[in-house]
Write a protein that binds this ligand. Structure first.
Ligand SMILES: CC(C)(COP(=O)(O)OP(=O)(O)OC[C@H]1O[C@@H](n2cnc3c(N)ncnc32)[C@H](O)[C@@H]1OP(=O)(O)O)[C@@H](O)C(=O)NCCC(=O)NCCS
Length: 406
């Protein structure tokens, strides 16, 4: 049998988009289509995309979207939002993904971007590359008509259904008002909006186009799957995104969604600390399933830690292991002042806590406690008494939340 040809990797140009799109369709087991191409074109950043070639043939892909990520207590920071990861089925388990992961981390390190984030198709893939499970989401399903507690204040201004073109300016304006208030959220430029609200047949999957319910201070974008049963209609409303600027507007848009006629069930993807559950007369009406959401990778441990604020003052030495990014491996002294700002510097002092960079990524947004990771054997307390304090310092007022799949 002939020797396999050596694999090469490079960044891309606009000309590479059709091949890039075909590799992705093949990797994700879907038919390639103009629709898919248009969706990928919306966000394609060729100079931040990598592909692996077997000879002349593209067989592996990956892209780093330019986004800004809200971190606890501080200004949003530029982050590489990893997407379009795919390897042609005939070329798997030969290290193609590993080549892409290494190239992306080197790229971000050189570009001075200290964080990478992603959603995983399968959650066993990215831990080995230093990504930690930073946020989770709750899939919440509620029967139509689920009642609120009597003391819930519902903003009385009406919710109206608007055609897409009329809804978009209002929707974008509302998102702009709130996105930076929650760690884990991402900024959205025109391209990110186009991708996020893409409405081709692939995304609809047998449901309606996106419908927009708009209140002066809240909106919901949702799809409906019709279901006419012998006992009557039992359609399902699936909420793609819900954003509210005030608690009363949040109640108003939820009340609207829960009261749509012909519906049996309303399904939402929400944060893990969602107020909704505490608004229900019968909280058990909300059936909740948790799953992994944003995976976080510290590309540069020191710069990433200095970009966020911490909850309480701290002075610890972290011994970090990082097989892929040797510049991160070693001991770091993390000193947090009364204002929550951190200074991070390399040190020879003995370690207080020892952990892998993936565990640090999991704790970074404040969504996974260091004490929980210690319970899982992923953080080791070398100096007694340091774990609880450090764990507290990494938390933030709210749970981090990322509900936007990119
Ligand atoms: C996931 C995928 C990109 C992996 O590509 P690949 O080139 O086969 O990966 P590599 O050969 O570099 O594998 C590196 C390591 O990850 C492991 N790995 C790869 N895919 C995995 C998976 N789906 N689940 C668990 N482990 C996986 C490999 O076993 C290997 O482990 P090792 O280092 O212990 O030997 C590829 O299978 C694919 O395209 N899948 C379908 C599309 C997809 O899910 N993309 C990810 C979108 S978020």
């Amino acid at each position: 049998m002939a020797e396999p040809s050596p694999l090469t990797i490079r960044t891309l140009t606009e000309m590479d988009l059709p091949a890039f799109s075909e590799v992705l369709a093949s990797a994700f087991l879907t038919d390639h289509s103009e629709d898919l191409l248009a969706e990928e074109r919306a966000v394609f950043e060729p100079s931040r995309s990598h592909a692996v070639f077997d000879g002349e043939t593209m067989i592996g892909t990956g892209e780093l979207l330019s986004r800004r990520l809200v971190v606890p207590g501080a200004e949003p920071v530029p982050a590489g939002a990893v997407t379009s990861i795919g390897v042609a089925p005939g070329h798997r388990r030969r290290g193609v993904l590993s080549m892409i992961m290494r190239a992306q981390l080197a790229f971000l390190h050189e570009a001075g971007e200290s964080l990478a984030v992603l959603w995983a198709s399968e959650s066993g893939i990215y831990g080995r590359f230093g990504y930690g499970l930073g946020t989770q989401y709750a899939r919440i399903s509620l029967p139509r008509g689920t009642a609120f507690r009597r003391d819930v204040a519902v903003d009385p201004e009406p919710v109206r259904e608007l055609p897409r073109e009329q809804a978009l300016p209002v929707v974008r304006d509302l998102y702009d008002q709130v996105w930076h208030t929650r760690a884990g959220h991402l900024d959205r430029d025109a391209a990110a909006w186009e991708y996020h609200l893409f409405d081709g047949p692939e995304r609809r999957a047998g449901r309606t186009r996106l419908r927009f319910a708009v209140h002066p201070r809240a909106y919901a974008a949702y799809r409906v799957k019709s279901d006419w049963q012998v006992r009557g209609p039992r359609s399902t409303v699936t909420v793609h995104e819900l954003t509210a600027a005030t608690p009363a507007a949040y109640a108003a848009i939820l009340r609207y969604l829960l009261d749509i006629d012909l519906v049996g069930e309303v399904v939402l993807r929400l944060g893990t600390d969602e107020p909704l559950v505490h608004m229900l007369a019968d909280p058990r009406a909300a059936v909740r399933t948790m799953s992994d959401a944003l995976w976080v990778r510290l590309v540069d441990v020191d710069r990433a830690l200095m970009a966020r604020r911490f909850l309480v003052p701290l002075d610890v030495v972290l011994a970090v292991t990082d097989e892929l990014c040797p510049w991160n491996a070693g001991r770091w002294r993390l000193v947090v002042g009364a204002d929550g700002r951190a200074e991070v510097s390399g040190t020879d002092a003995p370690a207080d806590l020892a952990l892998d960079v993936a565990a640090l990524g999991a704790a970074f947004l404040g969504g996974t406690r260091l004490t929980t990771l210690a319970g899982a054997g992923r953080v080791r307390e070398c100096r007694p008494g340091t774990l609880a304090r450090a764990s507290l310092a990494f938390l933030h007022d709210d749970e981090p939340r990322c509900l936007e799949v990119f």
